[in-house]
Design a protein around this ligand. Sequence first.
Ligand code: NAD
Length: 404
Amino acid sequence: MKIGILKETRPGETRVALIPALLPPLVREKHDVIIEAGAGSASGLADELYAKAGARVVKTAVAVYKEADIIFKVQPPATTGARGKSEADQLREGTTYIGYMAPLANPDLVKVLERKKITGFAMEYVPRITRAQSMDALSSMATIAGYKAVLLATQHLGKMFPLLMTAAGTIPPATVLILGAGVAGLQAIATAKRLGAKVEAFDPRPAVKDQVKSLGATFVEMEMPADAETKGGYAKEMSAEFLRKEQEAIAARLPKVDVVICTAQVFGKRAPLLITKAMLGAMRPGTVIVDLAAEQGGNCELTRAGETVRHQGVAIVGAVNLPATIPSDASLMYSKNITNLFATLFPKGATTPNFEDEVTVGACITRDGAIANEGVRAALRPAKPAKTARPAKAPKTVKAPKKK
Ligand code: NAD
């Protein structure tokens, strides 16, 4: 198969979907890898490295789209741009796409994929089952985001993280509160601990308490919701009543912390609002909030995605696309995820995807000119309410013949 790799065009994106080190297994399987010149440059990967590993480097994206049977990408293909020239427009009819898609946020892209009968696989829809962990880009990128969120906090904080006893005085350790302890939150706990901070965390899923403690952090005790988790292990949307109590518990901690790392999210929903504007008033000037949920609406009321807002001396960092700030490792992990997914979709040299496999079915968003994923279909094409049946016409009254 001809696998096409492109230079990402979204502003700030530095990752590449395939690194040279992962080319040899594909070449051994007789795949032809075609890569746009400069695709790896923002990750420090020169064209020569790709050529040496067995790829064909071509000058333009157009040349890649023209030949490739499968496109490996990081960001969803853009639908904007001159007519016929956008990334989505250039995808060839009947080909396969593997990469992030964010179908609910990109309905126009989904329409293009349907119209062009493209078999589209979304990295964020890979089922989160044990067997698919090596393909789970959400987890690998969340790991990077959790790590980097703590480093961002250190840059904005006017204090050091570790306890230091020096001749010039004793520096107490920084106190870090982590809200949401999924993949990103747990990595943030581990990173802040490694830097010597005192760490506390909260997450409404019951299984998380032990994970938080095993990393050496304190679990913020509050009344736990009865039914916090979906079957897949994700948090459910919490009730307004629970969120109110959670805000109260968080408010009690805020005057005592130096850093808050917000990572709380609910799949497919607006991120829960955990820190209101009023709550910020109780924080000490100099406190830093890094909000990883910025693009999902933010856990803090004043968060602005991609900006740092200052309010009464508190810095609120609306972090976006942190994996792109660590391109070398992010590209390595993403490439591992995408090549593992590819090997599952097309096992042993197959040229059509193996739809017997639940990973293939779960990750597939478009197929044969239609939306294949039920959830995406229901969200983008909600069934029209059935027309209310017209009232049946009253039967004509037949006059009884007059009795003679
Ligand atoms: P996520 O990014 O969707 O959410 C982050 C965290 O926010 C979650 O831990 C969630 O419980 C928490 N949260 C939601 N509402 C909150 C609230 N009101 N207050 C505080 N926290 C709140 O989740 P994620 O990190 O991508 O993954 C979450 C879970 O998914 C994992 O911990 C695991 O159970 C499951 N998972 C399974 C696999 C696998 O088996 N392959 C892989 C990855 C994740």
